[in-house]
Design a protein around this ligand. Structure first.
Ligand code: FAS
Ligand code: PHB
Length: 390
């Protein structure tokens, strides 16, 4: 089989890139390790920047998002028993974020790809990348018990943190930057109305918490937990009790509890692999970088990578110019590192660190007190939260 761009991974990165290239008349095949249902069962991100929504609009894949998504023009910080609203729209000249589950975005892109005849091979095992340091790359994989070969001109590694693409690059050809945080997030999804109209990021003496949502009837909550903890050790009641302990009394009282639909623990890390290009292999999304979910940047960084990579590949295949692919890594990394900084900063500000002494706790408190007292400081948070320009 032959294509112009072999895309590894059918997550948001792979599907967004596949559809943008398909729309531009550039042939693609997506190779996905898991089944379609498995990919659609993942519960991940929930906040979309305007840039991400813009890409879905460009694709004509945003009808459900605009019908069901929730535009949010503010977000609350809760600390010291007080809630403080950050007015995103006022502080950014009218920008906002949209609450729409990554799962739904993935479904919309998959449905569009199938309707347009885009090729996606699910349950592709043992994907191996070949020849990407030359002019004739190809990919081999196992499907239905036999080894298959996909010849291509470019490979897009959109296969996430645990994927094969980054791992295929010789260790000496890449530089890794990493910070692993000494805690995780225990997330719970429940078919109950959210406690607030907007998100609430909580810093409490017992640790971080986040009150989020997927709709007016479906809530997503998180509490910071230890790295040695397991979701199975947390009954629903234990989760709800702990969440309430981290909230102010009025908000705790307003929480509607119910049975969990999903409960899982995500580790937190900051991670960047440089560069994001190796010959004819280009990395995008979690394959190249990870951010702690505190700043709601992971999914949105995948979208900006895809924007840059799509423009570069359009130039290559349509205008026969290599200028875009030569500039891709530097351009994408410039935005990646700004989002890494914001996510690290907000994580450092809102979480309780095991080795934190009284001085560090006072520094967190003082920074938060300053933040909510200064329009300049809140504007800096707001412009990062709604998404820096592409
Ligand atoms: P993904 O990991 O989503 O997709 C990669 C795809 O490649 C997967 O479908 C995988 O099956 C496939 N794949 C892997 N190896 C392969 C191989 N060898 N061959 C073929 N296919 C292969 N971000 C936020 O902004 N907010 C959040 O709240 C949030 N919560 C998260 C919770 C968890 C548990 C995790 C892991 C991530 C979370 N993220 C969050 C980040 C997440 O949303 C990512 O940024 C987003 O999924 C990135 O999309 P992709 O780059 O497509 O990678
Ligand atoms: C979510 O709703 O899953 C979510 C929202 C905001 C974040 C992280 C996760 O910062």
């Amino acid at each position: 089989m032959r294509t112009q761009v072999a895309i590894i991974g059918a997550g948001p990165s792979g599907l967004l890139l596949g559809q943008l290239l398909h729309q531009a008349g550039i042939d693609t095949v997506i190779l996905e390790r898991r089944s379609r249902d498995y990919v659609l069962a993942r519960i991940r991100a929930g906040v979309l920047e305007q840039g991400t929504v813009g890409l879905l609009d460009k694709l004509g894949a945003s009808a459900r998002l605009h019908a069901e998504g929730l535009p949010h023009s503010g977000v609350d910080l809760l600390f010291g028993g007080q809630r403080h609203r950050i007015a995103l729209d006022r502080l950014t000249g009218g920008k906002h974020v949209t609450i729409y589950g990554q799962t739904e975005m993935t479904r919309d892109l998959m449905d569009q790809r199938e309707a347009q005849g885009g090729r996606t091979i699910f349950e592709a095992d043992d994907v191996v990348l070949h020849g990407f340091d030359g002019e004739r790359p190809y990919v081999t994989y196992m499907a239905e018990g036999s080894c298959r070969r996909l010849d291509c001109e470019v490979i897009a590694g959109c296969d996430g943190y645990h994927g094969v693409s980054r791992a295929s690059v010789p260790a000496g050809a890449r530089q890794i930057f990493e910070r692993v945080y000494p805690f995780g997030w225990l997330g719970l999804l429940a078919e109950v109305p959210p406690v607030s109209d907007e998100l609430i990021y909580v810093r409490s003496q017992r640790g971080f918490a986040l009150c989020s949502m997927r709709s007016h009837a479906r809530s997503r909550y998180y509490v910071q937990c230890g790295l040695d903890e397991h979701a199975g050790d947390w009954s629903d009641q234990r989760f709800w009790d702990e969440l309430r302990r981290r909230l102010d009394p009025a908000t705790a009282e307003a929480v509607t509890t119910g049975p969990s639909i999903e409960k899982s623990i995500a580790p937190l890390r900051s991670f960047v692999a440089e560069p994001m290009r190796f010959g004819r292999l280009f990395l995008a999304g979690d394959a190249a970088h990870i951010v702690p979910p505190t700043g709601a940047k992971g999914l949105n960084l995948a979208a900006s990578d895809v924007h840059y990579l799509f423009e570069a590949l359009r130039e290559l295949f349509i205008e026969n110019s290599e200028a875009g692919i030569d500039a891709y890594s530097q351009k994408a990394l410039a935005r990646v590192w700004k989002a890494e900084r914001f996510s690290w900063w907000l994580t450092s500000l809102m979480h309780r660190f095991p080795d934190q002494g009284p001085f560090e706790q006072r520094m967190q408190q003082a920074e938060l007190d300053y933040l909510v007292s200064s329009d300049h400081a809140m504007a800096a948070l707001a412009e990062n939260y709604v998404g820096l320009p592409y």
